[in-house]
Write a protein that binds this ligand. Sequence first.
Ligand code: SIN
Ligand code: FE2
Length: 216
Amino acid sequence: MTQDLFGELPAELTRENLMEGAMVLRQFALADAGQLLNDIQQVTVQAPFRQMKTPGGHTMSVAMSCCGVLGWVTDSRGYRYQSEDPVSGRPWPAMPESFCKLARDAATAAGFAGFEPDACLINRYQPGAKMGLHQDKDERDFSQPIVSVSIGLPVAFQFGGLKRNDRPVRVPLTHGDVVVWGGAARLRYHGVLTLKAGGHPLTGPYRYNLTFRRAC
Ligand code: SIN
Ligand code: FE2
């Protein structure tokens, strides 16, 4: 181990490859987490967390908000991106600078330089909340990666194949971890197992997730 010579962890020690095009950047967002949480608070004063309904009429267990030029919504008409928050009828709050910078830096560290997200989905998980296996496929340009930031309580992330039935790998994610997937991995199924009750010094009973996308 030569890390003491450099005074910081070499990238290859914090970067964990899941499969071609997909990796975990361990604790990449750790130093920024306080700022990110302040900015989540600012955004969600304007666009409060809400539990949306799927086209099938099922209420999602994860509470969501968005910021950026576009926000992701689901309702009886389907899944889509739109420029207005359906609750307020107003444009989504602007993406905070701390969000843009982190998303760009993480994408670059993962080998996707030039990523400029126009949408950020903010997920809030309370104990019992989960997200079933799905693909992120409502975006226009699949050459752009997805950057996904975990804040607060730990959870088990699932990263699967290109078919729903492909058996996923289970990836434990903790506060500050960033997952990036693009290229050959861009359309892989992924999801989040049920959040267990706990207490985090910065987020209390919650896990937050920021998912950055280039939607259009
Ligand atoms: C998502 O796939 O949109 C959320 C992933 C996560 O919460 O880690
Ligand atoms: Fe997703």
